[in-house]
Design a protein around this ligand. Sequence first.
Ligand code: APR
Length: 234
Amino acid sequence: MRASHIVILTGAGVSAESGLGTFRDTDGLWTKYDIADVATPEGYAKNPKLVLDFYNARRANCRAAPPNAAHEAIARLQREYPGRVTLVTQNIDDLHERGGSRQVIHMHGQILQALCAECGHQWGWTGMMELDDICHSCATLGAVRPDVVWFGEMPYHMEAIWARIAECDLFAAIGTSGAVYPAAGFVSDAQHRGARTLEINLEPSDNAACFDECRLGPASETVPMWVEGLLGDG
Ligand code: APR
């Protein structure tokens, strides 16, 4: 029976074929950097320049990366599916938007946004971020940081995400290792509500056993096929 509300959770694997690195694959970002140094408030307090430079490199990579067929297929599903589709991403890149998605819930923030650590103001940021940048709202010097959720910080939009999961009847995780909570727990939340669950990944994730169905392969192939099947033309 056709699902009335699909919730999709994506991770770094959906952007891998666009040339953006993942975190935990063999050559992933966390094999080159220590999370504590570049993805925690403590690391930012200790060495803000190291953190700003880390995200400056990721921002430049993101702007140079094209969306791939997986991003485009998800956007097509959002446009054409007769039921509701909610897209939640752990990714901080804008490839879902550049792939055509209009509604994207970025639970870990966005690399193309800045956040003021002093007043909480958020605004668009596409260039390099330096230590002497000032907040565009409170004009505080040295409080500008990437609008990215670090380890130990609360992800964004959690109430909205849990509400969507509570009412969905199909939950699909795409390109995520299932290594980081609360995102890794969404599949169990969905299952407890009676939703069918599907994992689409290059290899089985850490929580593969939680899913009813698993489709393995590169997202640029598996996701368009999945979408074609849902839209009835596959
Ligand atoms: N197609 C589909 N899946 C892929 C592809 C691909 N081409 N390439 C890699 N993958 C899969 C890997 O098999 C892995 O399961 O994508 C997943 C990437 O896992 P991670 O690198 O752990 O990325 P992610 O799950 O998004 O990490 C979650 O951890 O560090 C934090 O905030 C960061 O949002 C991130 C969170």
